[in-house]
Design a binder for this molecule. Structure first.
Ligand code: UD1
Length: 330
């Protein structure tokens, strides 16, 4: 298939592009480099021996996106491009609503106009809100505590409605749990601009000495060691889930959790990092972070049953690959 990947130079996007190419798909990337860098394109080529066609555009710019649809035959799209910093979305909600929702609308309009019938959307487990885990795809969506999460829930609704109204237009909503790790080549990975918001990139910056210590947000949750529990998933497993998803779009609306089905606490992850990489991570327990839930993990059985996809890599792979990648960054 010819697949347009928006945000294809970002963390999850770049790993997905690699897996798509390795499954013999032809990839076209659209990315505005707002949270990624152009060098990733060469690194994708180094891994796969294929350099995908690249458009540096903003996917809210309909005219620019339409040029891609006009000049390429596209069979399906995977839409990653979006802002994802929860705290920033609370401070600047319009930035999030404008970018994340408009991009979904623009891409859908062009899909309908150019008869592109497969749309895979990068959603998040955050749409479940604070419901008891394991989280299942048929649970209702609860209002999230931040605009970022709302943009995911609203985009899901928009895509479902379009699909209902247009028989041929098939959507796949992939709800990610907590992606971490990096490609085994160590040349692509997660490299957020500025101080990281998420746990693993924060840990690797502390390991490197760029940040003095990790703040663990609360140890008084109702969990085995009191710290938050998450379903960490290796980004390469997650990327493979996208390949399966776009290759198996059977009905109009397909929804899958992409997680391991297993919860790991923040402290367990930190200790695994220390043990596997033989490097100390100084940390301090601080106040809970507003908006955090105690426990989130997936029921991952639907993707296994319907797509034949299952996460295979372990917490050890995740902490090792994350550190190997960070060490190579200048
Ligand atoms: C967050 C977002 C989620 C988003 C995901 C990826 C919320 C409520 N959820 O997930 O919507 O899809 O990021 O961008 O914000 N932690 C620390 N110290 C740190 C950082 C994190 O202790 O410096 C803890 C958190 O309290 C949490 C766990 O680590 O228990 C994971 O945090 P994080 O990596 O930010 O992911 P989520 O909050 O689960």
């Amino acid at each position: 298939m010819n697949i347009l990947v928006t945000g294809g130079l970002g963390f999850i996007g770049s790993h997905t592009v690699v897996e798509l190419i390795e499954s013999n798909h032809n990839v076209i990337i659209a990315d505005n480099l707002s949270n990624s860098e152009i060098g990733v394109l060469d690194r994708i080529a180094q891994i796969t021996n294929v350099k995908p066609k690249f458009y540096q555009i903003n996917v809210t710019d309909k005219k620019a996106v339409e040029e891609i649809f006009k000049n390429n035959h596209i069979d399906g799209i995977i839409h990653f491009a979006g802002f994802k910093a929860v705290g920033e979305s609370v401070e600047n909600p319009l930035k999030y609503y404008h970018n994340n929702i408009l991009s979904t609308i623009v891409l859908s309009e062009l899909c309908l106009k150019y008869q592109v019938n497969k749309f895979v959307f990068s959603s998040s487990a955050t749409v479940y809100g604070d419901q008891p885990s394991p989280l299942k795809e048929d649970m209702i969506l609860l209002p999230t505590t931040n605009p970022y999460g709302e943009t995911k829930a609203i985009s899901e609704r928009i895509l479902k409605d379009i699909s209902k109204a247009n028989g041929n237009f098939s959507v796949c909503l992939l709800r990610y749990f907590n992606p971490v790790g990096a490609h085994k080549s160590s040349i692509i990975g997660e490299n957020p601009k500025g101080i990281p918001n998420n746990l693993m990139p924060y840990i690797t910056k502390v390991a490197k000495g760029d940040l003095p210590k990790l703040n663990i947000f609360g140890n008084d949750y109702d969990t085995s060691d009191g710290t938050g529990v998450r379903d960490f998933i290796h980004v390469v497993d997650l990327a493979k889930g996208h390949v399966k998803a776009i290759e198996n779009m059977n009905s109009n609306v397909n929804i899958y959790n992409l997680g391991t089905g297993k919860g790991t606490s923040v402290l367990e992850l930190v200790n695994a990092f220390i043990k596997c990489n033989n490097i100390n991570i100084p940390y301090e327990i601080v106040e809970r972070r507003p908006g955090d839930v105690a426990i989130t993990f997936a029921d991952a059985s639907k993707a296994e049953k319907e797509l034949g996809w299952k996460a295979e890599l372990t917490i050890e792979d995740m902490v090792k690959n994350s550190w190997e990648y960070e060490k190579r960054l200048i």
